[in-house]
Design a protein around this ligand. Structure first.
Ligand code: CO8
Length: 261
């Protein structure tokens, strides 16, 4: 098995756990983390002894606090389009189309690209300490890793409109109530419960599970146009003064003052 700079990979029986391990940056996703995740997922796909996956974040604070803002703060619209399209293909769509169930164990903040990662997984379990949201509009940008499409699908249009336009963070109890989480557990039980669920899945027919996953997502293929529209809208934000102000304010640790242009 490959060794990774930003991931910890543990295999126990038929279950592989991938831990995003960049806790000093709250496990933020940069290109390299996404490349490594793509590679680790590819290995798990090829390994016939692997029947289910658990994805989680290192440390007690965060699952993933988003895409790495310092990586894209200076991008122009074309670079932004490329980054979003590449990430969607290598990670988010890859997980959604994965032939084995992928369970997100959301152990803390899942914000922006972090919630989008959890939403791309097939099943989401949350810790009672988790906080989730899509705060992109507070940075002058929009979700670009499928969040506009998948949140509406998982939690409904009304919740998607509210969470995306308010940039609010919600707690685990609310995330459970709106259907983002399937179950919520105390932090010290989250991984154990995720593994129990993965093992329950692993006892069933891999052929039938692959067929079931493919049938479940078949009804959503029409959303492809939505993902493309999201990438275009995401990229357009990068030409705005609001985007420059939003990302500068985050990096300078101050509140933004949006000019509205
Ligand atoms: N990107 C880069 N660095 C980050 C990120 C991030 N998303 N989140 C946290 N960090 C860094 C902080 O800058 C800080 O670094 P340093 O110690 O070097 O200053 C370190 O992680 C610890 O974070 P904080 O000190 O801020 O920790 P707090 O406990 O005070 O706050 C929060 C925790 C509330 C989670 C806070 O870190 C925060 O608001 N983070 C950003 C959340 C956010 O806005 N996420 C969305 C990002 S945009 C996005 O995901 C777009 C997705 C689509 C992209 C498509 C292609 C690019």
């Amino acid at each position: 098995m490959e060794s990774y700079k930003f991931l910890l990979i543990e295999k126990s029986g038929p279950v592989v756990r991938i831990t995003i391990n960049r806790p000093e940056k709250l496990n933020a996703l940069n290109r390299e983390v996404i490349r490594e995740l793509n590679q680790a997922l590819g290995e798990a796909e090829d390994d016939t002894s692997v029947r289910a996956l658990v994805v989680t974040g290192a440390g007690e604070k965060a699952f993933v606090a988003g895409a790495d803002i310092s990586e894209f703060a200076h991008f122009n619209p074309e670079e932004a389009r490329q980054l979003a399209a590449e990430g969607q293909e290598r990670l988010f769509n890859f997980i959604e189309n994965f032939p084995k169930p992928v369970i997100a164990a959301v152990n803390g903040y899942a914000l922006g690209g972090g919630l989008e990662l959890a939403l791309a997984c097939h099943i989401r379990l949350g810790s009672t300490t988790a906080q989730v949201g899509l705060p992109e509009v507070s940075l002058g940008v929009i979700p670009g890793y499928g969040g506009t499409q998948r949140l509406a699908r998982v939690a409904g249009l009304g919740i998607a409109y509210e969470l995306i336009t308010t940039a609010s963070r919600i707690n685990a109890e609310r995330a459970l109530a709106v259907g983002i989480f399937n179950h919520v557990y105390p932090p010290d039980q989250l991984l154990e419960e995720a593994h129990k669920l993965a093992e329950k899945i692993a006892a069933n027919s891999p052929v039938a599970i692959r067929a079931a996953l493919s049938a479940i997502r078949a009804g959503y293929r029409a959303l492809a146009a939505g993902f493309d529209a999201e990438i275009e809208a995401f990229a357009r934000c990068f030409a705005s003064e609001d985007f420059k102000e939003g990302t500068s304010a985050f990096l300078e640790k101050r509140k933004p003052k949006f000019p509205g242009r």
